[in-house]
Design a protein around this ligand. Structure first.
Ligand SMILES: NC(=O)c1ccc[n+]([C@@H]2O[C@H](COP(=O)([O-])OP(=O)(O)OC[C@H]3O[C@@H](n4cnc5c(N)ncnc54)[C@H](OP(=O)(O)O)[C@@H]3O)[C@@H](O)[C@H]2O)c1
Length: 291
């Protein structure tokens, strides 16, 4: 089996890139770093990282180039400074972006003679070494297999398949859930807080519930495979239930736009149900094939 040099380059030293550099160094891997704002490398150099003065030097230093930037345009801005130095490199871009931008980024790297992997971090902020953190990967199986050991210090790995966009499909889907869930949680906190009730008592109860959502999630996923949960009585029940949340929120001065949006999905499903003459689920409204 081919032995790979235990060294990597990390381009991008935001909170995530910095955590990656530390995880690599802790694992005894040599790290060369480059960042647009060069001073962000100072403390990492003090920890043992090597500073590359130019993007070309950063690319030349190692075969595996880990990229952690705000978006894929930043990768083009950075690697575009030394496109002739990409040949023979494996670029593992662990930045967030849409699957389409990811696939276009992969094509660009391949056009310059490099190989590509896409990654999406599911972590609590930059706490990438937390046991619950994991990293979605997609791209060619052989490229992943050849580099997975070197990338292992970053997080538990979930390799999804060959499509460069796949890691971002999973990552963005999880973020869609996380964002809606946490905004709902903040609305719940605001309702209790504005009511004058004991917020800590509420949190003690409500924070115990999410593990039961696992059952709902699996059940709803089974419904989704059949077109979604579309019992006509239940749609009306859910519509009315959202009205009560809206009235409760607004009476307390809490913004109810999130619940109004949810209610509107139920309104659209009820309208589609009436038009079709058979139950049409909120899932199909969301999926975009109901109306
Ligand atoms: N933070 C998290 O909790 C978290 C979790 C999972 C995934 N992610 C994703 O991981 C990626 C990195 O996140 P982050 O929080 O570490 O930092 P970030 O704030 O998203 O990105 C900061 C990095 O991008 C660089 N950058 C931005 N635009 C650039 C450009 N046009 N040219 C060159 N460099 C540019 C910055 O350089 P300068 O230092 O020079 O400004 C810095 O290195 C993002 O895609 C983010 O969505 C973040």
């Amino acid at each position: 089996m081919a032995q790979h040099k235990r060294s990597v380059t990390v381009i991008g030293l935001g909170p995530m890139g910095r955590s990656m550099v530390k995880a690599f160094l802790d694992a005894g891997i040599e790290v060369t770093v480059w960042n647009r704002t060069a001073s962000k490398a100072d403390d990492l150099v003090a920890l043992g990282a090597k500073r590359a003065d130019t993007v070309a030097d950063a690319l030349d230093a190692n075969e595996l180039i880990v990229v952690s930037l705000a978006h894929y345009q930043a990768m083009h801005d950075v690697l575009g400074q030394a496109p002739d130095h990409i040949e023979g490199k494996v670029v593992a871009n662990l930045s967030s972006d849409s699957p389409e931008h990811t696939r276009a980024g992969a094509s660009w790297v391949l056009d310059h003679g490099g190989k590509f992997l896409t990654g999406g971090f599911m972590s609590e902020g930059p706490n990438i070494t937390h046991p619950d953190s994991y990293l979605y990967f997609s791209g060619p199986q052989d490229v992943f297999d050849a580099n997975k050991d070197l990338l292992r210090p970053l997080s538990r790995q979930e390799y999804l398949g060959e499509d460069y966009g796949l890691a971002q499909v999973f990552y963005q889907a999880e973020l869609a859930l996380f964002n809606a869930f946490m905004l709902g949680w903040e609305q719940a906190l605001a309702i209790v807080d504005r009511s004058g009730a004991d917020l800590d008592r509420f949190v003690a109860n409500a924070a115990e519930h999410p593990h039961t959502y696992r059952d709902f999630m699996r059940q709803w996923a089974e419904f989704a495979k059949q077109g979604g949960w579309a019992d006509a009585d239940s749609l009306n029940l859910m519509y009315n239930a959202t009205q009560h949340i809206i009235e409760t929120s607004e009476a307390l001065g809490v913004d109810a736009e999130l619940t109004k949006t949810i209610q509107d999905y139920h309104r659209r499903a009820i309208a589609a149900t009436e038009k079709a003459g058979h139950p049409v689920s909120v899932y199909r409204v969301l999926r975009g094939d109901a109306e």
